[in-house]
Design a binder for this molecule. Sequence first.
Ligand code: GLU
Length: 466
Amino acid sequence: MSYNQIRLRFAPSPTGFLHLGGARTALFSWAFARHHNGSFLLRIEDTDLKRSTKEAVDSIIYGMKWLGLESDEPPIYQTSKMSRYKDILNNMLANGSAYYCYSSQEEIEAMREEAKQKGLKPKYSGLWRPEAGKTLPKIPENRQPTIRFKSPLHGTTSWKDIVKGEISIPNQELDDLIIARSDGSPTYNFCVAIDDWDMKISHVLRGDDHVSNTPKQINILKSIGAQLPEYGHLPMILGPDGEKLSKRHGAVNILEYKKLGYLPEAMINYLARLGWSHQNDEIFNSQELIKWFDFKHLSKSAAKWDNKKLNWINSYYIKNTNTSTLAKTIEKTIREKENYNNAATTNLENIIDLFKDRSETLVDLINSAMIFYSEPSNKLIKELTKEDILILKLFIQKIKNIDWTLTNIDIAIKEILEQNNLLMKQLLLPIRVSITGMSKTPAINKILLIMTKDEVIKRIQRVISS
Ligand code: GLU
């Protein structure tokens, strides 16, 4: 029996920010839910009270919002479900699918050691597991019991993994896992299983570090008569060196990419291609992703992070986003820059039009815009020679009385070159350096035009008189 409604969840533990792997898991779950007009949900797995923080929850929710992966229902917090877990634990104790275990930590260590000595997997011996005809030991005084799940002893637990295909685990390898600690708090695998059931989750997508948890969760679900979701375990994302992607390789927090000037559309596009494909398409928007997304084209092998490709995709999205939207996105950051000079009257949209097809990130675009909104750096200006200054004077003389249009600027440049027998470089370098502080820029005539004549003259005069 399976669920007839498509419902997927993303279930982060809020012990840190939303990392790239998590974002991709969320994205695939979201895309599958959207493709089938189903629901995409968020569950905050915050039962580890010591390591879970409110900042992490906020950062995860904000990261998902930035990517456009919002939950269709209010998030479920595991800490709000304690009484529900208790009820189920009590039912399981009552019907014999769980039992109290009074073994101490040391005793359990000894059991595991003994199993190892016998060449078996380290395991709990089953000392407190009730069986027909078995007499249990005397309950020690002053010891709070844990609750263990009565895991099947024989047979196998199998599922057809959405990504990896058939997986079968011999039940002999499974421990009677602890489902509530001695302080009564429920444990991880138990909560996940109950929540997936309560939330009517039809498909669980998660990282393949969870493969070993799946048979435990399946057996718990079976023992309480719950429907099983389908499970899919995604191979991890590797860094360019083939090691698991981590901070060593660069930013792994999704919000770091926001700061670095990546567009959410580009992140979605790039993440979608990490372990999933649609023919040879590299560029697609989220509507196309939703239309095309399926489990058939999930890759079985690990994907490699490739910053160059991400930059290429990001520059594509910058180029193809309309200018006024880009202006709205970057304006505030520009105004908040320390060296922002609000005297500059240059129109931001004109600047963006000039630079948007040569910017890999919004940070590149902002840096280019800052040419116009800040004083040029003095470093190269100081290297200008006496001849350069003479040439700058000629230029000012020439432009003083012209109407500031691209054609007139071109004519002025051409006339100075001809009348003074100068090479292009001899004229343009000092101009470029004095108005931008840089030796390389895109088309100088366009920069001159959008900088406005007053500002150009002001900047060049300052260089001349310095
Ligand atoms: N909370 C788990 C994690 O952050 C995910 C559990 C799951 O998806 O089942 O790795």
